[in-house]
Design a protein around this ligand. Structure first.
Ligand code: SF4
Ligand code: SF4
Length: 382
């Protein structure tokens, strides 16, 4: 495992971090996975208050003698904070779930603009952070970000942050905070954690045309390796989160992390990334990362799955996309949307979800959707 040094506090952090957003149902298997990750040198684990079951599972596992071996990161959901007391209420629940007395890296979750941070300030978060730091309950304070680059700079300048976490990958180089945000944060001396390195799997399951571009390289890498190499090539990146829910994925990512280097990509390789990105730009109808922040929908629409099938119409063709759509979204299809708009407030990618669900329904629920779905559901006993 390669490590990089946090420029703010000297912490030695593995270049590959464990993202704990989705654990397997089988806790024993999750435990094996986490223990193995620690043995392989991963020392940064990232969870959040709102990831279902994640903090409690991670807490139970780390409490079996692993807590001191890792840096633990978790997040405060601003939209659940309505009054000052909520800071403590949420934080104490997190300490309880995580079975710990302190959080190494505490993030304000999913900031998208300065207003959200200012609302936290108006509720007294500055004094609250000061108190938690004095008590040693929070070691480092930062934020995760999903807005645009201008607001990112305002947020960076609005407080004396100790780190930040960005969605960044070769496809998103100029999206959200993007390259300019990354460079700005680094100039301010902030360590940068990276989320969505594989864009919710989209940079792993590449369309054939994109795969054949990477295959032109004399040195062969998997699509995931291409993504990680691009990120680790940045000196500003401290660590890259990956949600690894199989031993194979863990082993493959750790093997990539063993090779992580700064400033090694060649101009020929940058050209390959650019061409792959051009292919992807043609093939993603909706830039959904599958993060799931928009669900549950009160009508039961499985928004990320609907968009995943819709995107598939461009990459794998309509027949396969329609079949997968019926199998995966039965009872949770786009046509169930009643246009309430609740989901859009939570989308870090600012997707016009209602409009795109209408497009999804037009593409995938037109004739012969009904008879076909009836047949498939009966046949597959869905
Ligand atoms: S707009 Fe549609 S998909 Fe979004 S929460 Fe409302 S019903 Fe669900
Ligand atoms: S629509 Fe937005 S919030 Fe929902 S899964 Fe996709 S990216 Fe995430």
């Amino acid at each position: 495992m390669q490590y990089r040094i946090n420029p703010k506090n000297g912490d030695k952090i593995s270049v590959l971090a464990f993202g704990c957003m989705r654990f397997k149902r089988d806790e024993k298997e999750t435990e094996r996975q986490i223990v193995k990750a620690i043995e392989l040198g991963i020392n940064y684990f990232d969870t959040a208050y709102i990831y279902p079951g994640s903090e409690a599972t991670l807490g139970r596992i780390l409490s079996k003698g692993h807590r001191e071996k890792v840096k633990l990161a978790t997040k405060l959901p601003p939209y659940l904070v309505k009054k000052k007391e909520d800071f403590d209420k949420i934080f104490n629940t997190q300490l309880e779930r995580l079975k710990t007395d302190y959080i190494d890296y505490y993030l304000i979750h999913m900031l998208t603009n300065l207003d959200v941070w200012q609302r936290m300030v108006s509720l007294g978060i500055l004094d609250w952070i000061k108190e938690k730091k004095e008590k040693g309950q929070i070691k480092n304070i930062g934020f995760s970000y999903h807005g645009g680059s201008q607001e990112f700079i305002k947020i960076i300048d609005a407080y004396d942050w100790e780190f930040c976490m960005l969605q960044y990958n070769y496809y998103d180089e100029y999206n959200q905070a993007g390259k300019s945000g990354l460079e700005y944060a680094a100039e301010k001396g902030l360590p940068i954690m990276i989320m969505e390195p594989l864009r919710g799997g989209k940079l792993v399951n590449l369309p054939k045309e994109a795969l054949s571009v990477f295959e032109e390289s004399p040195v062969k890498h998997t699509p995931a390796e291409w993504s990680f190499r691009w990120l680790w090539n940045h000196p500003q990146v401290l660590t890259v989160l990956s949600g690894m829910n199989s031993q194979e994925m863990l082993a493959a990512n750790v093997a990539s992390a063993d090779e992580a280097q700064i400033d090694v990509l060649t101009s020929e390789e940058f050209d390959l990334y650019k061409r792959v990105k051009d292919v992807l730009n043609k093939s993603f109808l909706v830039p959904c990362t599958g993060c799931g922040y928009c669900i549950p929908c009160p009508q039961g629409v499985d928004i990320p799955l609907c968009f995943s099938s819709y995107n598939e119409t461009a990459t794998n063709g309509k027949i396969s996309a329609r079949f997968n759509y019926i199998v995966r979204t039965t009872g949770h299809n786009a046509g169930k949307c009643v246009n309430c708009g609740l989901c859009e407030k939570h989308c870090p990618q600012s997707i016009a979800i209602r409009k795109e669900l209408k497009n999804t329904a037009s593409a995938l629920e037109s004739f012969p959707y009904k008879p076909l779905s009836g047949f498939i559901k009966r046949f597959m006993k869905l």
